[in-house]
Design a protein around this ligand. Structure first.
Ligand code: AQP
Length: 351
């Protein structure tokens, strides 16, 4: 069976972009067709300026929203990255396989480090190296597929390259993963600046629809979306980025095709109204389930506990195999656990 792994970073409140680009596909398709793991990648949340209490809150909120989006723990595994040590263990190995040139080429690093510097902040080393951790996240589970939005494709390609390089140098250890993405909605743009991605840690709030926005707030944001000069409703990312973004959001929410939808509108006003309705109706069931789950925090805790145990059991042998393949000496078993230290087979010191 195909193995799928993907995750969300708790660096802000989750957005419509996260939902349409990734989460919806996980719940509607991936968990039914694959052996799937979904992770709140909290270690990645440490790569930028953060407040510890907020990170904890956002991690719990992201877990609750994943469940509210329809993930079913009978079908898939939901867990928090820092609860499974194997991610950090394998990350170091990935750093020892990657080159600094590869890391510096990552678009997210270039954009985010420029933003941090612009705001007078320093850039954490982990912002540069986090794609190695992301490669570890994926490779530790022998994932065949990684369903992500367009912005994460480059990182999955790096994970592929590292898997191939590791296998070539040290013997076949990792499954080589590939990125998958939804036909529509893989790059939802900021409603106030449709040339920029709708990102959860951007500061332009009015251009971002958060999954927990009240219906009237979400509606207002869509109605106030920046459109393009001209009046024709045309699907063209280059020349009509604002209208194209609305058409893609509408198509993603209703299951339509953006080009076909464009032909059925003669005004921006009608397109905005229908898009606002579609967004509100898409978020409604998710918000209702989120509300119900918040009333039962013990349930979310139990999901995360079981999820981490399942994930650990899957990742451990793969990471142990990678450690052995790259030349790290296996830790002697503790006395009483299997073979005693004193009776371990003599090491071949000549190798
Ligand atoms: N705007 C988007 N359109 C489509 N897909 C998107 N995703 C994120 N934004 C959009 C996809 O959602 C999944 C989880 O994303 P993430 O938590 O890793 O966040 P990110 O995309 O790396 O960065 P953000 O949202 O800009 O947050 P910050 O600013 O905190 O880094 C991924 O599959 C992603 O592609």
């Amino acid at each position: 069976m195909t193995r799928v792994f993907s995750g969300v970073k708790p660096t802000g409140h989750l957005t419509l972009g996260n939902y349409l680009g990734a989460m919806r596909q996980w719940a509607a398709v991936d968990q039914h067709q694959a052996d799937a793991l979904f992770c709140i990648v909290d270690l990645h949340g440490l790569t930028v300026e953060h407040d510890p209490a907020r990170l904890r809150r956002l991690t719990r909120q992201a877990a609750t929203l994943l469940l509210a989006s329809g993930l079913d723990t009978e079908l898939c595994t939901v867990f928090v990255q820092s609860h499974v040590d194997e991610h950090a263990r394998l990350s170091w190995v990935m750093e020892c396989v990657a080159t600094d040139g590869e890391m510096r080429r990552m678009i997210q690093y270039r954009e985010k480090s420029a933003r941090e510097r612009e705001h007078g902040g320093s850039v954490r080393l982990s912002l540069l190296t986090y794609p190695a951790l992301m490669a570890a996240d994926i490779l530790a589970y022998a994932a065949d597929e990684v369903p992500v939005g367009e912005d994460q494709t480059q990182h999955v390609e790096l994970a592929r390259d590292l898997a191939v390089r590791f296998n070539h140098r040290y013997g076949h250890t990792f499954v080589v993963p590939r990125a998958t993405r939804p036909a529509v909605g893989s790059r939802v743009m900021n409603l106030q600046d449709p040339t920029a991605k709708m990102g959860k840690s951007d500061d332009t709030g009015p251009g971002i629809v958060y999954l927990l926005d009240e219906p009237d707030v979400a509606r207002r944001k869509v109605m106030r979306a920046v459109t393009d000069s001209g009046t024709e409703v045309v699907h063209d990312r280059e020349t009509r980025p604002g209208v194209t973004n609305l058409l893609e959001i509408l198509a993603a929410c209703t299951g339509g095709d953006p080009e076909t939808l464009a032909a059925s509108y003669s005004s921006y006003g009608a397109l905005k109204r229908d898009t606002a309705d579609a967004v509100v109706e898409t978020l409604r069931p998710l918000q209702e389930r989120h509300h119900a789950l918040c009333a039962d925090p013990g349930y979310v805790d139990s999901v995360l506990r079981d999820g981490a145990a399942r994930a650990r059991a899957m990742a451990r042998p793969i990471v142990d195999a990678a450690y052995a393949a790259i030349g790290l000496l296996p830790a002697p078993e503790a006395e009483g656990a299997g073979q005693a230290v004193g009776t371990a087979a003599p090491m071949d010191l000549a190798r």
